[in-house]
Unconditional design. Structure first.
Length: 256
């Protein structure tokens, strides 16, 4: 009788253990199956404001809802994002100049089909100096100088890289002659800094759209194909409705 009680006790203990263990499996299953995608994003307000906000960030959150993907976003300069993608330390970066990066970039990166129309401008205090663009010292956010030189046909030595905010402040103080970058990010940052009365001109006439890129590897290509398929299921325009006003601005004007 005593041995039988011990046997029942052991069986009951195992039953409780299995019940507890299986319960945790059920609870943790969604987390265990989620695939973590490491993302490096360059600040580009209002598309990319921080890790939790921005039109593009909201779009990635929508992808999470309809897939097994979970995006771990880190905000970083574009040059760092490219370096980490090349090293395999991130899986996805953006925004990139669609079809307009350097040959070296495409040796290790592959673009998604997804792209966003953008406008890029050159900003100056005195518009008369735009007659001699080739002689200007032009500020540009870190990591963008190589593709900009290729896109604008301006020598790379003319570009002065730095952070978006600091370069705009340098422009106002006369430490650089001009600033070139994507319109929505520049205008949003100028408003944030309270800087007004800068002259802007759309440049070039046909700017490169903004896109996203993965690493050129078997894993990266699989991710690219999966993301493109998921993006086809989403009404992307719904997430970019507040962005369209920047595209509708005149090609030249004064920042108020």
């Amino acid at each position: 009788m005593f041995k039988k009680r011990i046997r029942y006790s052991v069986l009951f203990t195992w039953f409780l253990f299995l019940l507890f263990f299986n319960g945790w499996i059920v609870i943790l299953a969604p987390f265990a199956t989620a695939r973590i995608i490491r993302v490096g994003l360059e600040p580009l307000p209002p598309l990319i404001i921080d890790e939790d906000s921005g039109y593009t960030v909201d779009l990635l959150k929508e992808i999470e809802k309809i897939s097994d993907l979970q995006f771990h976003i880190v905000i970083m300069p574009y040059n760092r994002a490219k370096r980490m993608l090349r090293q395999g330390r991130v899986d996805l970066i953006g925004h990139i100049p669609y079809h307009s990066e350097t040959e070296e970039f495409y040796s290790y990166a592959r673009e998604l089909d997804f792209k966003i129309d953008v406008k890029t401008d050159i900003y100056v205090v005195d518009k008369t100096i735009l007659r001699n663009i080739m002689e200007l010292k032009i500020g540009i956010p870190w990591g963008n100088e190589e593709f900009a030189a290729k896109l604008l046909h301006i020598p790379k030595r003319n570009f002065y890289p730095g952070s978006l905010e600091s370069l705009l402040q340098m422009l106002v103080r006369g430490r650089i002659d001009a600033f070139w970058f994507e319109r929505s990010a520049t205008i949003s940052t100028l408003h944030k800094l309270g800087i007004k009365n800068l002259y802007y001109m759309k440049f070039p006439e046909n700017p490169a759209p903004a896109g996203l890129a993965v690493r050129k590897s078997r894993k990266g290509i699989f991710l690219q194909e999966k993301l493109d398929n998921l993006l086809e299921k989403i009404h992307v325009d719904r997430f970019l409705s507040g962005y369209s006003r920047f595209l509708a601005m005149p090609d030249t004007g004064i920042v108020h």
